[in-house]
Design a protein around this ligand. Structure first.
Ligand code: ADP
Length: 309
């Protein structure tokens, strides 16, 4: 059996192997998800809320339809905001058109979201579904900086997110773990931004924070086991990505040791060499009921040790 840790796969080549039964999630499940335009079209077909989107038509029509700011995205192989362009004005659009073939991009309405949310959800071959708590995610320059779980949202919003996740997993007959990202607007609308057909950065908190980590869950789902508990082990958990901020061979041992002095913290170091923006590791901090309201200050403390005061 073969499963996936990313969606950058050559689906046609895998289909030509003539071994559809070995892949979990199936190639049929993955087919509408690998291209952002196909993915948005799938979501729209099953009546789930997405930002307004289209293919490129012409500069004047795109401006007339979307105004500024507008969002352009590479249809495939984007990650950590690589391939996502938030365009503020005509000069920005003209610059982009000189840099990349804009007519190949997905065009999308800019959502002035209040917050971004994420959820990890799993489904096994029996059709059982397990959803984790809703997570708040924070992106800077389109890269995830941190997450807080559970997200401080109303019960209605949390239920909406969970219901959307269940619908997506059922409609696609998913076997495996998916990470789904959302925009929450100030009038409490929830729009799907992206389905990642795999374990996801927004679920790294589950490693130390939940009864079953997203990785254990992936193995359980694809090997036909019952799905484990998705409960948090404590009142809450924050996850902070350790992003590279320089070119360096350092293992940053001193900073990692200082972060470990934060009570109930865990440092996961990936052993990579540093370059700006590269995800070098992540930190989780488990919060009890009293500390939950201080999640943001725990994030600030971690980031100030990592990036420097
Ligand atoms: P990637 O596939 O690289 O993760 P995303 O499509 O998830 O790219 O975009 C990365 C980030 O860019 C999002 O988390 C969000 O902060 C911002 N973004 C993307 N699309 C929009 C949009 N339509 N409106 C506003 N912000 C957006």
């Amino acid at each position: 059996m073969i499963t996936f840790e990313n969606e950058f796969v050559d689906l046609k080549a895998l289909q030509e192997l003539g071994l559809p039964e070995v892949f979990q999630p199936s190639l049929k499940t993955l087919a509408p998800l690998l291209d952002k335009y196909h993915q948005r079209s799938f979501l729209q077909q099953v009546d789930l809320p997405v930002p307004k989107f289209s293919l490129w038509s012409s500069q004047s029509k795109v401006i007339a339809d979307y105004g500024f700011p507008l969002v352009l995205k590479a249809r495939r192989h984007g990650y950590d905001g690589q391939g996502t362009f938030i365009i503020k004005d005509i000069e920005g659009l003209e610059w982009l058109a000189k840099t990349v073939p804009v007519e190949e991009l997905l065009v999308e309405e800019f959502i002035p979201f209040e917050r971004e949310l994420g959820i990890i959800a799993a489904r096994n071959g029996l059709g059982d579904i397990a959803v984790y708590p809703v997570t708040e995610t924070f992106q800077q320059n389109q890269v995830c900086r941190w997450t807080i779980t559970p997200a401080d949202v109303s019960l209605q919003v949390a239920e909406k997110v969970k219901a959307i996740a269940r619908t997506i997993l059922d409609k696609l007959e998913v076997v495996g773990v998916f990470g789904i990202e959302f925009f929450l607007t100030s009038d409490n609308r929830v729009l799907v931004n992206e389905i990642a057909p795999r374990t996801h950065n927004s679920g790294h908190y589950t490693l130390d924070g939940c009864d079953t980590s997203q990785f254990a869950m992936q193995l359980r789902a694809v090997s036909g086991l019952s799905l484990g508990s998705t409960n948090l082990k404590a009142a809450g958990v924050v996850m902070v990505n350790l992003l590279g901020y320089e070119e360096s061979e350092s293992d940053y041992q001193v900073k990692r040791d200082r972060i470990l002095e934060i009570p109930h913290s865990f440092v996961h170091w990936y052993g990579k060499t540093s370059r700006p923006g590269r995800k070098l590791g992540h930190v989780t901090v488990i919060l009890d009921e009293k500390k939950l309201t201080q999640a943001k200050s725990v994030i600030e403390e971690t980031e100030s040790i990592w990036y420097g005061e």
